[in-house]
Design a protein around this ligand. Sequence first.
Ligand code: PRP
Length: 185
Amino acid sequence: MTELKPLTPTFPLPVLLSRDQIHNRVQELAAAITKDAAGEPLLVLGVLKGSIIFLADLARALPVECSFDFLAAASYGRSIHSSGSVHLKKDTDAEIADKHVILVEDILDTGITLNYLCKHLHLRHPRTLRVATLLDKPSRRREPIAADYVGFTIPDHFVVGYGMDYAERFRNLPDICIYTPEPTS
Ligand code: PRP
């Protein structure tokens, strides 16, 4: 057995949502999205990078014709706090007009990123634009925005794993874990 080099003094990190809980909830979200799609094709738009694992699992549970594309937005950088402004690092290449779009996010926190992306996409006239987020932290909201499909509503913990990072670490953890940064002296 390979011994993992400790990543932090608290590794392994405390699990907030296990891989089984996530799997079960993703199937439920996929069922709700499938029902609402009513047989129409979907354009599944992932917000890089945090959404990729959720998108991969969600899309495989959708018995619906799908195409994928991605946007890249950043609001955190290496901090655990939102900078308050969004940097669109990559726009979608897909034709949006008249499509049924599902925007896939890993986490809805202040809502600043989602608010920006929804405004950006609405300018391109999708037929419908719905948002699926795995996690929602409503206590942190700074923009009055909500997702159409929410996996889990969680308290104000900084979470990593299942695609989510702290300074690009921990995205590959299969569970969603609570990360408490080491104090900077
Ligand atoms: C995270 C997450 C959302 C956004 C949510 O992205 O993936 O896009 O923050 O936060 P908000 O509601 O406060 O705007 P991040 O900027 O950390 O980039 P990443 O997905 O590449 O990790």
